[in-house]
Design a protein around this ligand. Structure first.
Ligand SMILES: *Cc1c(COP(=O)(O)O)cnc(C)c1O
Length: 445
């Protein structure tokens, strides 16, 4: 750790406190209160270190919620952005340009299957494209009762915040107060339960959509049996199998896609490359912080969305695509997938050790690669939280304590703190982070 930087809890000069307060005041007055924000005002970063306006240093193990694939202020990414901005920042999708074509090729190459890509600007939009693909597919292949349109998703899933996104999401809290929601979604089917999915498919069903690893729902990977079972079910019933890889994709699992990792581990490389979904959505780490989303569709259905059927002004801009290509290049050049596997396994083992040593605080280690969860005991059972128990979820209180210890993590639900660090998080910083997490856990025990 950098000794010259004050620890998070040290008091600071009054004028910097003023900056903190004035930024907060600006938000209170002018920014919609849609987020429950932590009391941190960040100023700049480098790699997996980030500093707030008071000069306090934090180790960023949240990675901007799995967005900052190469950390903050990566010099090559910054250089690529600047160079492409001087050359061609935006052109309409009325024209061709090379970066978009090359990025689409790169995505198909990593999926190891022929297909085509549509570019959007966010995860929710990428998923919207897949819903529209499912509708086109269901109209092209009607069932006994007419066109099919229903997309089935799972309990605790998360698919974004547009109206379509919240209709698809299997969590009541995102839907409250927004009805009537768009029709054609069913999201009450338990995750990793193949029999329940089989039973849910009806004459109107056109597609099944799952996350490769449920993220907002608490870091739950799809099992190998579930994946192969869903593929078989979709083949038998002529349904699209769609994977939302917005959070779990882009090498976070130690493979380009989490299903490649899960199937490779359980059944070997042949089984992994034999499995192909019909659609895969991506965003977050794809642009490393530049807003870009995309969905890939298998060759058999990739031309269903013909000219005039779908579009977006900014999608696949030269700037976004140049950055995403650079990120692909660096991940491969620096063997970051291997790094994520190895360092992710180490982190997982460390969290599991905490669960054994301090079972009153940490229940279990969840996830794989750099998509990890520290599952906590309920707030009321954690000694260190006793005084405030019931007020604030364990996940939030834990994340607060980690902030005081100089570590950023991401809460998930009431009992999980997520680690979604940059794919290039150095081993030494992974160790520093675990050291600080361990100290916080010990103090709570
Ligand atoms: C973040 C996320 C989304 C939404 O992405 P946005 O870019 O916020 O629209 C969708 N699905 C999953 C699994 C996500 O984690």
């Amino acid at each position: 750790m950098n000794d010259r930087m004050p620890l998070a809890a040290e008091p600071t000069a009054p004028h910097v406190q003023d900056v903190q307060a004035s930024v907060r005041a600006l938000f209170d007055r002018h920014v919609m209160p849609t987020y429950a924000r932590f009391d941190l005002v960040l100023s700049h970063g480098a790699g997996s270190e980030v500093w707030d306006v008071q000069g306090r240093r934090f180790l960023d193990l949240g990675g901007g919620i799995a967005v900052c694939a190469l950390g903050h202020a990566h010099p090559e990414v910054a250089e690529t952005l600047a160079r492409q901005a001087r050359r061609l920042l935006h052109v309409s999708n009325l024209y061709y340009h090379e970066p978009q074509g090359r990025l689409a090729e790169e995505i198909s190459r990593h999926l190891d299957a022929p297909g085509k890509v549509f570019f959007a600007n966010s995860g929710a939009e990428a998923n919207e494209g897949m819903y529209k693909l499912a509708r086109k597919f269901g109209h092209a292949h009607p069932g006994a009762d007419g066109p099919r349109y229903e997309v089935i998703t799972t309990v605790n899933s998360f698919h974004g915040r547009t109206l379509g996104g919240i209709a698809a999401t299997g969590q009541e809290k995102v839907k409250a107060g927004f009805d009537p929601l768009p029709e054609g979604f069913r999201c009450d089917v338990p995750f990793n339960d193949l029999a329940a999915m089989e039973a849910a498919v009806g004459s109107r069903t056109a597609a099944i959509l799952i996350e490769g690893i449920q993220g907002e729902g608490g870091i739950t990977p799809a099992s190998a049996d579930y994946l192969t079972g869903l593929r078989r079910l979709c083949d038998e019933r002529n349904l699209l199998l769609l994977v939302d890889a917005v959070q779990c994709g882009h090498f976070r699992s130690g493979c380009f896609q989490s299903f490649q990792r899960v199937l490779g581990d359980a059944l070997g490389p042949a089984a992994a490359s034999a499995f192909t979904p019909d659609g895969v959505s991506m965003a977050k780490s794809l642009g490393g912080g530049f807003p870009i989303g995309a969905f890939w569709a298998r060759r058999t259905v990739a031309d269903l969305l013909g000219p005039g059927s779908h579009g977006t002004t900014y999608g696949g801009s030269p700037l976004g695509c140049a950055v995403a290509l650079k990120i692909f290049e660096i991940i491969e050049r620096d063997h970051l997938a291997d790094h994520v596997r190895q360092t992710g396994a180490w982190l997982h083992a460390e969290i599991a050790a905490l669960a054994r040593e301090f079972p009153g605080v940490v229940r279990s280690a969840r996830g794989l690669g750099f998509m990890l969860g520290i599952e906590l005991a309920p707030a009321s059972e954690i000694k260190g939280f006793a005084a405030r128990a019931g007020e604030r979820a364990a996940s939030l209180q834990f994340v607060d304590r980690l902030h005081e210890a100089g570590v950023l993590t991401i809460p998930s639900g009431t009992q999980i703190a997520r680690l979604l660090p940059a794919l290039n998080l150095p081993r030494s910083q992974a160790e520093e982070g675990m050291d600080r997490i361990r100290r916080v856990v010990r103090a709570l025990a």
